[in-house]
Write a protein that binds this ligand. Structure first.
Ligand code: GLN
Length: 589
């Protein structure tokens, strides 16, 4: 048979065959406006399935043309999330992991850029010879293939479509999902629309009209929602529920209220109160594999909402002066990791953002750090605020304030120690000063080459790396106690950086008390410094990794849990000394 005819015949057979797909799909689309918590709703649905013992995965579709989120500006788009397999991804994958306590690979983030690039690359390579390559079926097929690949082996895949229904850019994805629906059984898909019901201040009434319009726009793609999740300030009342029911033609009980909550982690519980899990399972004809047990989750939520005590943590960062943006979004995973540790220890975490540059302008201002029970120096890039961060590190080191250094935070802690304890004058990282006489932090030769070739996308040291932890150290105790230490004293954390501790300075730093408690051995034998600590300090811990990426609500990361425990300890000491002082005063009176 001539080549072309053979291909066409094969294609026809494929069209008439239903795919043998066992996975069930929940598709979550958003209506009205973005930013109403579609990611949290998706993650909560995933958590509910997992709690019923089902093998669950979560997939995020991002309709932008960027290949991934790695080159997006954190101040505009929020922090970049790093997956275990080294993907630089939109934050939503982070939300999913924090809820369902499961690693989600980079293939679970599908962007328009990836779809077009793959199809065009294949076209150039002659994969579609003779055909006109088109939006339908080539792009839609590619989307379906990726969805099926990501969901293979799972009982259920929850797919979140980024953006809002009605956006031009999410049409290809909705079309693809309709296509997938045709190829599988009707009970294999449930559509969930997450909408927003505003309460305009001047009328004080909850309005359903935007939701009605969102339902209509989804209908234009041939999709009627099976469930509607109504985000709003207050819970939905029966009048609005009825209105939406008659507009969407879905049973009243499938309209789910999702009011603003004190903690996002309460959302799965709010859904369960309305039996969303049971209803979804029935719709998808799925039977449960275990009875859910929400006790730990409920207890953590209770602690997150109403903690017994509080600690004040200062995060000395850099992004404060770039336009109108939310700094906390640039460090979102750190905030969550601190809150996870807080819920675990039943302590409220008050996070205070401190612009590192403040200390550069006036070094005395560093004294303001005395109000904190813990100081975090997070990751970052470039020269801005670097000297200020080092002043903060020096303060924490000298005043015994619990300190957590993350990535750049560890690099700068090493530089600060080199300068002020080892006496290495003008020591620096070559990221900031290439002429420094003591390049304590330097770039690896491979990274140097990539930068020279202007290859910025996806070229850092990314994803999970194993470190061997020295016994008897703080880091060893933290990971061991948390049950996160693998055989052979191995710990795995995720990375996103180019620079490393320069091997030439390791001995000198360690001789002076800056101990590298965890190291990674590269295939070529080079040792990379992964964890550092100072033994004489109550809690001075730093890592080249980003432990915030492996912190989950039900299982806080050991470094954060240890840091918060040390902060509580300091808080108690402060209260104790104050009390003692007061008592003395009383006695004097
Ligand atoms: N700028 C540093 C590096 O590239 C640290 C990066 C980070 O903090 N993520 O090595």
């Amino acid at each position: 048979m001539p080549f072309l005819v053979e291909r066409v015949t094969e294609a026809c057979v494929e069209i008439f065959m239903k795919r043998q797909v066992k996975t069930k799909f929940v598709v979550v689309a958003g209506g009205v406006i973005s930013g109403v918590g579609k990611g949290v709703a998706t993650a909560s649905i995933g958590k509910i399935f997992k709690e019923h013992g089902l093998r669950t995965t979560l997939i995020k579709i991002d309709p932008y043309i960027n290949y991934d989120a790695g080159t997006l500006r954190p101040t505009e788009h929020g922090e970049v999330w790093v997956t275990g397999d080294g993907g630089e991804i939109d934050q939503d994958l982070g939300t999913y992991e924090r809820f369902i306590d499961q690693d989600i690979p980079k293939k679970n983030n599908i962007t328009t850029g990836q779809i077009y690039k793959h199809v065009i690359d294949r076209e150039r390579a002659g994969a579609y010879l003779g055909q006109t390559v088109q939006f339908i079926p080539h792009l839609t097929d590619e989307i379906i293939d990726r969805l099926l690949e990501a969901s293979e082996g799972f009982d259920v895949a929850v797919i979140e479509i980024g953006g809002t229904v009605g956006d031009y850019e999410n049409v290809p994805f909705l079309m693809a999902l309709k296509g997938l629906e045709r190829e599988i059984e009707p009970h294999q898909v449930a559509y969930v629309l997450v909408t927003y019901l505003p309460v305009p201040g001047h009328i004080e009434e909850m309005k359903t009209k935007p939701t009605q319009q969102a339902i209509r726009m989804l209908g234009e793609q041939g999709i009627m929602p099976d469930f509607i999740i109504c985000r709003s300030q207050r819970a939905l009342d029966d009048v609005r529920r009825k209105k939406i029911e008659s507009f969407a033609h879905i049973p009243l009980e499938n309209i789910i209220a999702a009011p603003d909550l004190a903690s996002v982690y309460e959302m799965p519980l709010v859904f369960e109160q309305q039996q969303l899990g049971k209803k979804l399972l029935e719709h998808l004809q799925l039977s449960i594999k275990k009875e859910p047990d929400w006790r730990t989750w409920q207890q953590r939520v209770a602690c997150a909402i109403k903690p017994s005590t509080r600690v004040k943590i200062g995060i000395v960062g850099k992004y404060l002066d770039i336009g109108d943006y939310s700094l906390s979004d640039s460090y979102l995973s750190i905030c969550h990791a601190l809150k996870h540790a807080g819920a675990y220890h039943d302590v409220g975490i008050e996070i205070v953002w401190i612009d590192a540059k403040t200390f550069e302008k006036d070094a005395k201002k560093v004294e303001q750090l005395s109000q904190f029970q813990g100081i975090v120096v997070p990751g970052g890039f470039g020269p801005t605020g670097v000297e200020g961060k080092m002043l903060a590190i020096e303060y924490a080191r000298k005043h015994n304030v619990p300190f957590l250094g993350l990535c750049y935070g560890m690099q700068l802690a090493a530089v600060e120690y080199g300068r002020n304890v080892c006496g290495l004058k003008d020591a620096h990282t070559t990221e900031v000063n290439q002429e420094t006489p003591h390049p304590i932090i330097d770039i690896l030769p491979l990274q140097k080459q990539l930068l020279e070739e202007h290859q910025y996308g996806g070229t850092m040291r990314l994803g999970s790396y194993a470190a061997t932890i020295r016994e008897g150290t703080l880091i060893h105790r933290l990971y061991k106690d948390a049950g996160k230490m693998l055989e052979g004293n191995v710990v795995i954390e995720r990375h996103r950086h180019r620079y490393e501790v320069n091997p030439l300075y390791i001995d000198e730093l360690e001789r002076n008390g800056f101990l590298f408690s965890g190291k990674h051995k590269r295939i070529d034998g080079t040792m990379l410094m992964e964890f550092a600590e100072i033994a004489q300090h109550p809690f001075f811990a730093a890592t080249q990794a980003h432990p915030e990426f492996t912190s989950r609500f039900a299982k806080p990361n050991p470094m954060f849990a240890g840091f918060v425990a040390a902060a509580i300890q300091l808080g108690q000491n402060v209260i104790f000394t104050q009390k003692k002082k007061n008592n003395t005063k009383n006695l004097q009176i």
